[in-house]
Design a protein around this ligand. Structure first.
Ligand SMILES: [Zn+2]
Ligand SMILES: [Zn+2]
Length: 259
């Protein structure tokens, strides 16, 4: 069994054939999928999907591309979405200084507002951090003691950054890009990190792994990432599947929601 810990199932790419997407995932051994919110609307849609399909879970949050100073009303809305029983984390939230779609000061403020919500609701947090690791550490340090689990999705840092995250008790989520021949930095992280701190994800519909590079990504393709991780670590696919699934259940407390 594998878990895709980061997919955007509410995106238009999947609207026509979501049942087919979930069916193919199941056939590839991907039994659970976390659908990630990027705005209030998308978070509500993720919850809707999680209510409709037992194998889908949801997160709620505002992506740094959509960062804004949240009004009291928006904070309250996010807080109440976070209480939904199908919601496993706040996210994806963070800082993106690569695309820089919103002023950095606004991104930082929006992130802090959502970390307050995570602390208050005792939710784990799924972070999106691109070319902003220094500011990420500066902010997350203020909340680390109160946060109930931290995941760096689509981990893009080098081993030095990875080590610092691991020392703080964070999980690193590995996307399909690890299968790209030039992904040496990411591959080094996968080889060196303890297996009990790695998660697998697609970030579907983006970042399809080899052999589907450039195509629309979907949860079933988590399997190619798992195979690459097993190859890099010289262990079996079963071991990778077993441990990364246990990790996801641990950080997102997914098992307890099933019972
Ligand atoms: Zn992201
Ligand atoms: Zn994403």
């Amino acid at each position: 069994m594998l878990i895709d810990t980061h997919a955007h199932l509410d995106f238009p790419e999947f609207a026509q054939d979501l049942e087919g997407v979930l069916e193919r995932a199941k056939r590839a051994g991907v039994d659970e999928v976390v659908s990630i919110g990027i705005s209030l609307t998308s978070s509500e849609k993720a919850i809707e999907l999680a209510n409709r399909y037992p194998e889908v879970y949801a997160t709620v949050g505002i992506h740094p591309h959509d960062a804004a100073t949240l009004t009291e009303k928006q904070v309250t809305a996010l807080e109440s979405l976070a209480q939904n029983r199908r919601v496993v984390a706040i996210g994806e939230v963070g800082l993106d200084y690569y695309r820089d779609r919103r002023p950095r000061v606004v991104q930082r403020q929006c992130l802090r507002q959502q970390l307050e919500i995570a602390c208050k609701t005792q939710s784990p947090v799924v972070f999106h951090v691109r070319e902003a690791h220094a500011d990420f550490f500066a902010i997350v340090t203020d909340y680390a003691a109160a946060l109930n689990g931290v995941v760096l999705h689509c981990f893009s840092g080098d081993w030095v950054v990875a080590k610092r995250c691991l020392d703080m008790g964070f999980y690193l989520s590995i996307p399909g890009t690890v299968t790209f021949p030039k992904a040496e930095k990411q591959q080094e992280v996968v080889r060196k990190a303890p297996l009990d701190r790695l998660l697998l994800e697609t970030d579907a519909p983006y970042l399809a792994p080899v052999p589907y590079r450039g195509k629309v990504n979907e949860p079933a393709f988590t399997r190619y990432t798992a195979e690459k991780v097993a190859e890099l670590r010289r262990c079996s696919l079963e071991e990778v599947a077993h441990q990364t699934t246990a990790n996801a259940h641990q950080v997102f407390r997914m098992g307890s929601l099933n019972t």
